[in-house]
Design a binder for this molecule. Sequence first.
Ligand code: SAM
Length: 458
Amino acid sequence: MEGWLRESGAELDGLELAHFPAIGRGVRTLRCFKQGERILTIPSGCLWTVEHAYADAVLGPVLRSAQPPLSVEDTLAIYILFVRSRESGYDGLRSHVAALPASYSSSIFFEDDELEVCAGSSLYTITRQLEQRIEEDYRGLVVRVFGLHLDLFPLNKFTIENVGYKWALCTVWSRAMDFVLPNGNPLRLLAPFADMVNHSPEVKQCHVYDASSGNLSILAGKDYEAEDQVFIYYGPMPNSRLLRLYGFVIPDNPNDSYDLVLSTHPLAPFYEQKQKLWASAGLNSTCTISLTLDDPLPKNVLRYLRIQRLDESDLAAIALQKIDTNEKISDSKEVEILRFLVESIGSLLDSFGTRLEKLQEQLAKGVYPVGGNAWAAAHVSLGEQKVLRLARKRAEDLLAAVESESGNDRDGCANCGKDSVPLMLCGKCKGIKYCGRTCQVAHYKEHKAACRATTAKN
Ligand SMILES: C[S@@+](CC[C@H](N)C(=O)[O-])C[C@H]1O[C@@H](n2cnc3c(N)ncnc32)[C@H](O)[C@@H]1O
């Protein structure tokens, strides 16, 4: 592969492929490189792109005639499988295919018991959905492309398993680089040799595409000594995404997150008016909001739920610009929203197959072999549960603050409102009053989360 690349004008001097402990194959320097210095360049002609696949004399006409048109991902996957299947020609690209891993550890290749370790996580759900979608897509490709040109795509080589379609998709997911061209169009490409560089969060993006020459380069993301491993930055990804696309995780990943999906039924009251309000807030009627370790309960979650619960008089007040969904609409509505959040996040946490503490204990005891699939799945589950617990805590704190504000304003019993009798404070948090034991018990379910948060704070 390196011989073909050099003959084609690639600049790779000062680098070699090498094996590194724990991480596997990567790229090693043979001399020093200063931060910002160009480390390697792969010329346009050696890159895998949709444009090159379409320009191929044999494959191009088939790809162009596929209806509906193929996705970028499928085009690149078919291009790779096609080159792999050829017995002659395509020598350069075939040398790259020969250097690709024979198997991947993306979660779509996990055994059931390995995936079960992260049951309840978004990775679990997405992986199950992906497995189904990939099978459907493959069947679609057999009908739309492979089956129409069996001379080019013999089905014994264009399988789904066994270094087939799934393998080709994982090749694209784990090795493709994404750019935005000066005209705003996206570009996805695979660059032989440059795709052997591993990821480190310690360098920032240092792969660059020159739109005028069409060449791909990697710049040094830091100063390197001779014999150092070179790294690039794949992006700020949580472990669930890393494991799904790249087949590895970073323990205690600072980018861990949980994608919260919020949606509203189109038959909900005032749906169309609300849709406009969500749109003007940069949201959608169904939207996914990332809860992160730094911001476990983003403002947009509350904003979405405030809009969702607007009634006729609120909508009229919004039209007159008397209220704004950036702020709470009323104490009672905010309490309702925060209680809903505390409960729903609690249900999400309850749906995890193995609780955070148990996973931590299992990892400490070495129940899952380090670096294996189950170990990686355990880290995904840990990361998502940590984020969700922070989100629930934040919702509980906000709830306690709104309840104590409105409770202080209210003179009567928190449950029935009676104020003509002597009132007693909640024994635990002392933040709320009741006319008697019956009302306290009746109100406990509503008050539980705020009580816990206030007690913890005090
Ligand atoms: C673009 S390739 C890099 C080259 C790859 N190691 C190879 O031998 O072909 C991406 C793959 O490298 C591995 N990888 C990259 N960075 C890693 C890291 N920081 N820790 C563990 N594996 C990593 C993962 O298997 C990932 O899917």
